[in-house]
Write a protein that binds this ligand. Structure first.
Ligand code: AMP
Ligand code: GLY
Length: 436
């Protein structure tokens, strides 16, 4: 079986490894945006191109007689790559452009969730001008979030109290969005702890993955600018230390209800990964957003402990025969941390040599924004290498990551606090205080 992997970051590196671990022998091909040496070593065909060039991706797939495709990030989904592949009879793990609106349009998702009365929805209103903003922010008692509609690489969201401190700042930000030709939402702000709950979806049935918590802020203590995610952890019981069993159930129920709503609305099934971004609050689990793909870094946490066969799991998604038994995970805790260039995310230094050769177990590292050149490995200005540890507890996994990540040479930094007892205790305490 020839499988095409679309994209070439750390998330795709772990996907490639999971595919190659299968008992079904596969030939792996990759259409990436850079030379990822980890994926390259596993693939028999590799090309570099633009991830939103649906035609080029479909051509590469046809030339290589691809049987199945799996899409990593949102960009190819939003460019209709899956639609193009399906047109050529190549089934894909990843939704069509229409269904990927779940990620590409914040208003689409809020409208869907509220019109189907799915629990966890925020109060929200759509705007295309400055009219009525002041009144609505007052109605929400200044507890609100402004979200530009469309893919903004995580940069379109501003939270009142964090990024916005007065109505004038809010109006200025809204004007900025309008001037850029976009519309936006203003929605209720939730207070609590965020977590990701991803589910495989075959159009009808879901198979859930362990819950994971990502860390968006660049620096220790959740300070500094937002990033693509500096690191993440999951627990051996597939929950998180600050969540109840009921929280997990609520999140799973919301994912299932969303898949049902999509099927009802479009009469066609969503095939791929439903990634719910949730907030556990005093008032139950709330939906922050959906992504139409694996989280990055969350994908490393879950696929590294996948016990079942990933190729069979993907086949079940394509065939519509998915059960939870297709997605079985080891009872192990995981911690994943990204080493990122100095200055990341705002002024990351670029094109510097790095050296990962001293990492004890090379299976623990996942290459992200790197380029393998004739004279060595270079970072290319974004999240560079992810290091994953597993253990019977989060602390054990965290210690393994710290020991290894320090062995990477080059002008990189990482968050030492992710997965430490101290940070986790803070989260537990916050939730305890909220729930009382
Ligand atoms: P999003 O792009 O929707 O994931 O938003 C980025 C970040 O903004 C989230 O990870 C949250 O930290 C924050 N955020 C988004 N929506 C809300 C909300 N309704 N309440 C509180 N925080 C939010
Ligand atoms: N972990 C954040 C994301 O994948 O969007």
């Amino acid at each position: 079986m020839n499988i095409l992997l679309i994209a070439s970051g750390a998330r795709e590196h772990v996907i490639a490894r999971a595919l190659k671990k299968s008992s079904t022998p596969i030939d792996l091909f990759c259409f990436g945006s850079s030379n990822n040496p980890g994926i390259k070593a596993l693939a028999i065909g590799y090309t570099v191109g633009k991830l939103d060039d649906a035609q080029a991706i479909a051509d590469f797939a046809r030339q290589n007689k691809i049987d199945r495709a799996i899409v990593g990030p949102e960009l190819p989904l939003s460019a209709g790559v899956v639609d193009e592949l399906v047109k050529h009879g190549i089934p894909a793990i990843g939704p069509t452009k229409q269904l990927a609106q779940l990620e590409t349009s914040k208003s689409f998702t809020r409208d869907l969730v509220s019109s189907y009365n799915i629990p966890g929805c925020a109060k929200y209103k759509k705007f295309s001008s400055l009219n009525g903003i002041k009144e609505y922010t007052e109605e929400l008692q200044n507890s609100y979030v402004v979200k530009a509609d469309g893919l903004m690489s995580g940069k379109g969201v501003k939270v009142y109290g964090e990024h916005l401190h007065s109505i004038d700042e809010t109006l200025a930000y809204c004007k900025e969005i309008i001037d850029a030709g976009s519309t936006f939402l203003i929605e209720e702000k939730f207070i609590g702890q965020e977590f990701s709950l991803m589910s495989f979806c075959d159009g009808i049935h879901l198979a859930h993955m362990p819950a994971v918590q990502d860390h968006k802020r660049a620096f220790i203590g959740d300070t500094g600018p937002n990033t693509g995610g500096m690191g993440s952890y999951s627990d051996a019981n597939h929950s998180l230390p600050f969540l109840t069993d009921d929280d997990i159930k609520q999140a799973q129920t919301i994912n299932q209800a969303t898949a049902d709503a999509l099927f009802d609305k479009f009469k066609t099934g969503y095939k791929g990964i439903l990634y719910g971004g949730f907030m556990a609050t005093a008032d139950g689990v709330k939906l922050i957003e959906y992504n139409a793909r694996f989280g990055d870094p969350e994908c490393m946490n879950v696929l590294a402990i996948l016990e079942s066969d990933f190729v069979e799991l993907c086949q079940a998604v394509i065939d519509g025969t998915l059960t939870q038994n297709h997605a079985r995970f080891k009872n192990q805790a995981t911690v994943c941390k990204y080493a990122v260039p100095e200055g990341y995310p705002d002024n990351a230094i670029k094109n510097q040599r790095i050296d990962v050769s001293e990492i004890t177990n090379q299976d623990q590292i996942y290459y992200a924004s790197v380029d393998q050149r004739a004279d060595g490995l270079y970072e290319t200005g974004s999240r560079t290498v992810a290091v994953l540890g597993t253990g019977s507890t989060i602390s054990e996994a965290e210690k393994i990551v710290e020991e290894e990540i320090k062995k990477i040479k080059g002008p990189l930094f990482h968050r030492e606090d992710i997965g430490t007892q101290e940070l986790i205790q803070k989260r537990i305490k916050m939730m305890q205080e909220l729930r009382h």
